[in-house]
Ligand binder design. Structure first.
Ligand code: SF4
Length: 696
């Protein structure tokens, strides 16, 4: 009689988005199955990405040994020793010939806190380069810049997600949570029941449909006019004496400048600019002021603009004018998208920051972090350049000549994809660490195979600033290594003045010490404490119990006051009549560049190709039928995809998901113009032409 192998169950979290839904991973004879697990954010729920996530582990596409580019252009397997020796030799030679800043590092918002921290340290200490940034620049940078400026601290949700349940009114701008993170919808039920869910989206998205049947209101502005909408709402709040003057006087500075700056945004002008009727503007303003428990939440729809920081600031200003922020039952927040989009921006992956979310230009911060690393503060490089600028410098005079990519697929996810492809091809040397042969890996000289989520220990920080444990549930394939091990080995070969551990618990302890005194202070945390099940919301300084709700007594600026920063709409003209504006975004079935989810059979079968949403009237004008092959084009490039006709989109807008590669890649069309404050590219306002493709 054979005895069935024992099953072991491990409590962990989903590998994908920032909701970080809890799940149980059961290892049965080397195969992982996913089970639901109760947790405050997902309450036992998972979306289809979460349910199928174990398929990533056993995908036949896994890379299981280092791969080196061959003279004939193909790849051949190599030993780790040979691959790492080659990488270290080339890095040393390039640094010696062209300087340390000729080597760049591109990180990811899906890396664990430990990896994000170690990548920042590796770049600045082992490489001596300032050239590091990450794909969160395309995601959270505008909201982060606005939050830091207004509050002195950037935590996506400065309250617990569960707190939303008691809200009577929620204004949700530019986020389709019903598709991107479905378990989130449960937290909107209180506002829906009170008739107070207000969704702002140019599309009648799955989330916008939640407002139907008396649950709230869908507001459908012209694409790219979110800033004007927010200025117009703030005008109304002030003009109709709905602002909380007592709160403004006690807790903020800058209100008078705001009052003057929104004076020109009277309702009729806002309607003309945005297409949102005056009655709806008035109704929103009154509802926001009347609700007992009111939250304003923003997502990428309003933040991924050339004026994204100004738009996020306008949302914050509206929240402050209403007296919502830092109170017990109301607030403002931004919904982080990537799995560790929050932690990814706290530990030194950003070009201008050191661990603890500290400015790299801050002398005291440099001294503190240098002491933890055991190096001279003078030896640390200064600020680098943001992601788009880093990528744009590839192959250009004075730019980077070598790039190390970790946890990112820039060929698909970065704007102006043709330029990114040209830049990667022009590099002297490209190293990609990934578990699949992503579109970016196909340009590499060396591809290093790395462990996945369920094969490693670590921590992630969810969209509510809660630090959670990612746990190893299964052994990785024998030829695969963790990024921590790779960085340790490379640092040793490069003669780094500081040591690098590959033990996640040791790295986390070091991260916590490096963060001490910063705004994102983790110094009271450890893997051991997190394993005890404590709900750890940062800041979590030594001796504290964490901070579930921020700003109740004071904001993080030295004087304790929030900054209202008056912002202006750079363009006063609505989009030209007759033009089509492309908005890019996400689908339920796919995640980010699709490098992972396009390899999960069930998800790929549900959404196998890029489909562009068009209004039937637009399609009629262009003689396009449902299901027809179409081309979207502008001066930067063209995309081939399938037409999907739907009345859920405005006639002046088309929507294309950005998860697809090759000639379906939406970012062939987007511009690499960026927000001057945050470095955020413009993903939500791209003028395109659309035509049916005539088959020969
Ligand atoms: Fe995973 Fe996000 Fe889906 Fe939850 S909502 S299962 S975290 S992808």
């Amino acid at each position: 009689m054979s005895i069935a192998p024992a099953e072991t169950a491990t409590a962990s979290h989903c590998p994908y988005c920032a909701l970080q839904c809890a799940m149980t991973l059961t290892d049965s004879a080397g195969a992982i199955s996913v089970g639901a697990r109760d947790f405050p954010t997902n309450r036992g729920g998972l979306c289809k990405k979460g349910w199928t996530s174990a398929e990533l582990l056993s995908s036949p596409d896994r890379i299981v040994e280092p791969m080196l580019r061959q003279p004939d252009g193909g790849f051949a397997a190599a030993s780790w020793e040979d691959a790492l020796d080659l990488v270290a030799d080339r890095l040393s030679a390039l640094r010696a010939e062209h300087g340390a800043d000729s080597v760049g590092v591109f990180g990811g918002g899906g890396l664990t806190n430990e990896k994000a921290y170690q990548l920042g340290k590796f770049t600045r200490v082992a490489l001596g380069s300032s050239r590091i940034d990450y794909n969160g620049r395309f995601c959270m940078s505008s909201a982060a810049a606005a939050g830091n400026r207004a509050f002195g601290l950037d935590r996506g949700l400065p309250f617990r997600l569960e707190d939303l349940g008691a809200a009577e009114t929620i204004l949700l701008l530019g986020s389709n949570v019903a598709q991107t993170m479905p378990p989130f919808v449960a937290h909107l039920e209180g506002a829906r029941a009170a008739g107070g869910l207000i969704v702002v989206d140019p599309r009648r998205s799955a989330t916008a449909r939640l407002t139907e049947d008396g649950a709230g209101m869908h507001v459908q502005p012209a694409p790219g006019t979110d800033l004007a909408l927010l200025l117009g709402l703030t005008h109304l709040v002030i003009a109709e004496r709905l602002a909380d003057r007592e709160y403004l006087a006690a807790r903020t500075t800058g209100f008078e400048a705001l009052r003057r700056s929104v004076g020109e945004w009277w309702p009729e002008r806002t309607q003309e600019h945005t297409g949102v009727p005056v009655w709806q503007l008035r109704e929103i303003a009154r509802r926001l002021a009347a609700g007992r428990g009111t939250y304003i939440l923003t997502g990428r729809g309003v933040e991924q603009h050339e004026d994204g920081t100004a738009t996020a600031t306008a949302a914050i200003n509206l929240s402050l004018a209403l007296g919502l922020v830092g109170t017990a039952h109301s607030g403002y927040g931004t919904l982080t998208g990537q799995g560790n989009g929050q932690g990814g921006r706290e530990h030194g992956q950003k070009c201008d920051q050191l661990p603890g979310y500290r400015k790299i230009t801050d002398g005291a911060a440099r001294e503190h972090v240098a002491a933890v690393w055991g190096v001279d503060p003078q030896s640390l490089p200064g600020p680098g350049v943001p992601a788009v600028e880093l990528l744009s410098s590839m192959g250009r005079a004075g730019g980077i000549r070598c790039l190390l990519v970790h946890g990112s697929n820039v060929v698909v996810s970065a704007p102006n994809a043709s330029r990114v492809r040209e830049g990667l091809a022009a590099l002297d040397f490209l190293v990609v660490c990934d578990f699949f042969f992503s579109e970016t890996a196909q340009f590499a000289d060396v591809v290093l195979p790395v462990t996945q989520w369920a094969e490693e220990e670590g921590t992630m920080t969810s969209l509510e600033g809660r630090v959670i444990r990612r746990r190893r549930a299964i052994d990785p394939p024998p030829g695969v290594r963790s990024e921590l091990w790779i960085l340790r080995e490379l640092a040793r070969r490069l003669g780094s003045p500081s040591t690098f551990s590959d033990d996640p618990a040791v790295v986390f302890d070091e991260l916590c010490r490096a963060s001490e005194g910063g705004t994102a202070d983790y110094s009271g945390l450890s893997h051991e404490l997190l394993d005890s099940g404590v709900a750890a919301y940062w800041p979590y300084p030594t001796g504290s119990a964490g901070t579930p709700r921020l700003f109740l007594d004071r904001f993080a600026h030295a004087d304790g006051l929030a900054r209202i920063v008056a912002v202006r709409s750079r363009s006063s003209a609505p989009p030209e009549s007759g033009t089509l504006t492309l908005v890019t975004g996400r689908l339920l079935e796919h995640y980010q560049s699709g490098a992972q989810t396009r390899r999960v059979p069930e998800l790929a079968a549900a959404q196998p190709v890029a489909r562009v949403q068009l209004h039937p009237a637009t399609a009629d004008r262009l003689a396009i039928t449902d299901g027809a092959e179409v081309e979207l084009a502008n001066a930067r490039g063209s995309v081939r995809c399938v037409a999907e006709l739907t009345p859920d989109i405005r006639p002046d807008t088309v929507f294309l998901p950005f998860h697809f590669a090759g000639d379906e890649c939406a970012n062939l069309l987007t511009s690499d113009a960026t927000d001057p404050v945050s470095g955020m590219p413009e993903f939500k306002r791209t003028i395109v032409t659309v035509r049916a493709v005539q088959r020969e």
